[in-house]
Design a binder for this molecule. Structure first.
Ligand code: 9WN
Length: 454
């Protein structure tokens, strides 16, 4: 690269870094960060974990606070709720608000305020805490007692993973069951058949807020999908969010392969944290057993035709044969003992995915452009999501594929430098879609930028 192009690139990346810090600061609500300024004005679970990774590069104390606040809202079952609502934000700014969730119907919900939703999201938290430890260990100037705070958070983190490995996997399949599309990737075509089979009963009226913020409805879930999302919430409330009733009767119950791949990665991070803080041998043996089970779970869902792992619909009794980002669960898991990871890496650059000739950037489309269900602008049905690229990048590095990971990092950064810090992007044009100033996008940008050679 010529010296001139190199300094152009340096300037572009520095502008991206400053812009990312600005987004986190702007969305900082004091101890926690809004997922985005208008569309998502509360604390979301997996957003908070990515956001903490971003804060680790700016303010490690703030990074830990983010997760301390989230984990303080943990349910008695160990569940970490997918939304912790901000009391200061007017009810009605986001729908469904806490009154609609009414999660205090459950004896397991935490003391309010703050109010929470009744679902959960992929467990990025241990990955984030371990990343905070790595970032701060490399910085001699850090005065924050990261190890002490990890030790204090550890029981909650362990309870969270235990919840996922038991309540969400009562049959010990090594795979996590989700009960709502909001626990995974909202309107992904992965859920289409399961949602279509749901009969909606007496659904109380509601007013969506998301399409008031994102005014192009083609970027958001359809009214038909939304009715089903809301009906599933009504059913969860009817059984007071009781785990065993949900597991038995809830009409939407899917072994989510992506969630499961994240959990395997997170259990490795939890094992590292357990070692760091000197957790008991019993705990460490339990985490190792979860890891062993999850490796088998991912392999059981390996599909040699797609070269990917597939979700499994428990109610329909069948796998969901679709090519989406979720199929790369074994790569996300970053565990070399899962043989599926190698095959999936070979699939990464196929024309179904990053080798598709029309992509603006070689980053992961949420659904393969060659799938009939693909829609280039619609949320999880096609657009690219930087946090998904971050998880793939991390997994590739853990699998020793550092050169492939680096190419992905560079493409992902180029997308952000050109398109901005949006929620998601149109794969063929790179156009920014959804919310602008999305906190977790800024956060992964900061982590990627920290890997720039100095
Ligand atoms: C519902 C906050 C969240 C993300 C989800 C994303 C979207 C919410 C919504 O925004 O979901 O939880 O209202 O559409 O799908 O992954 O955590 O960024």
């Amino acid at each position: 690269m010529s010296a001139e192009r190199e300094s152009d690139r340096d300037r572009t990346l520095e502008a991206l870094r400053l812009g990312s810090v600005e987004v986190l600061r702007k969305n900082d609500a004091g101890g926690w960060t809004k997922a985005s300024p208008r569309l998502y004005p509360h604390q979301w679970s997996w957003d908070a974990a990515f956001i903490a990774i971003g804060w680790a590069h700016v303010d490690p104390d703030r990074a830990l606070l983010e997760l301390e606040r989230l984990l303080a809202a943990q349910w008695r079952t160990g569940k970490v709720p997918h939304i912790v609502f901000d009391e200061a934000t007017p009810v009605g700014s986001y729908f469904p608000d806490w009154t609609r969730w009414n999660s205090t119907l459950s004896p397991d919900a935490p003391v309010t305020p703050p109010h929470t939703s009744g679902l959960c999201q992929p467990p990025i938290h241990a990955l984030a805490l371990w990343r905070i430890f790595e970032v701060t260990s490399a910085n001699e100037a850090t005065t924050v007692d990261v190890r002490g705070r990890l030790a204090r958070l550890y029981p909650r983190l362990l309870a969270w993973h235990k919840y996922l490995c038991t309540e969400r996997d009562p049959d010990c399949s090594g795979l996590v069951t989700i009960y709502h599309p909001w626990e995974g990737a909202d309107n992904s075509p992965r859920w289409d058949a399961a949602l279509a089979a749901i009969e909606i009963g007496d659904l109380p009226p509601y007013r969506r807020r998301d399409i008031e913020h994102v005014q192009d409805p083609s970027q958001r879930p359809t009214a038909r999908d939304y009715d089903r999302y809301m009906w599933l919430v009504e059913l969860l409330k009817r059984c007071r969010y009781d785990e065993s009733s949900i597991s038995k009767d809830h009409p939407f119950a899917i072994k989510d392969i992506f969630f499961s791949g994240v959990l395997l990665a997170a259990n490795h991070a939890l094992a590292s944290i357990a070692e760091l803080i000197g957790a008991s041998d019993e705990d460490r043996a339990m985490i190792d057993a979860w890891i062993a089970l999850e490796r088998r779970g991912l392999m059981a869902q390996w599909d040699p035709t797609c070269n990917l792992c597939l979700d499994y619909d428990l109610r329909a009794g069948r796998s969901i044969p679709l090519r989406t980002f979720a199929g790369f669960a074994a790569v996300v898991a970053g565990d070399a003992e899962v043989a599926a990871a190698e095959s999936a890496i070979n699939e990464l650059d196929s024309p179904w995915f990053l080798g598709h000739p029309a992509l603006r950037w070689a980053v992961m489309p949420s659904t393969s452009p060659s799938e009939p269900a693909f829609e280039s602008r619609n949320y999880w049905r096609g657009p690219t999501w930087p946090i998904i690229d971050w998880l793939l990048w991390r997994g590739l590095n853990n699998l020793g594929r550092t050169e492939r990971a680096e190419r992905l990092r560079l493409q992902a950064l180029s997308q952000l430098a050109e398109g901005g810090l949006a929620e998601y992007f149109e794969p063929f044009t790179g156009e920014a879609l959804g919310s602008s100033e999305q906190s977790w996008t800024a956060a992964v940008a900061l982590d990627w930028l920290s890997r720039e050679p100095r």
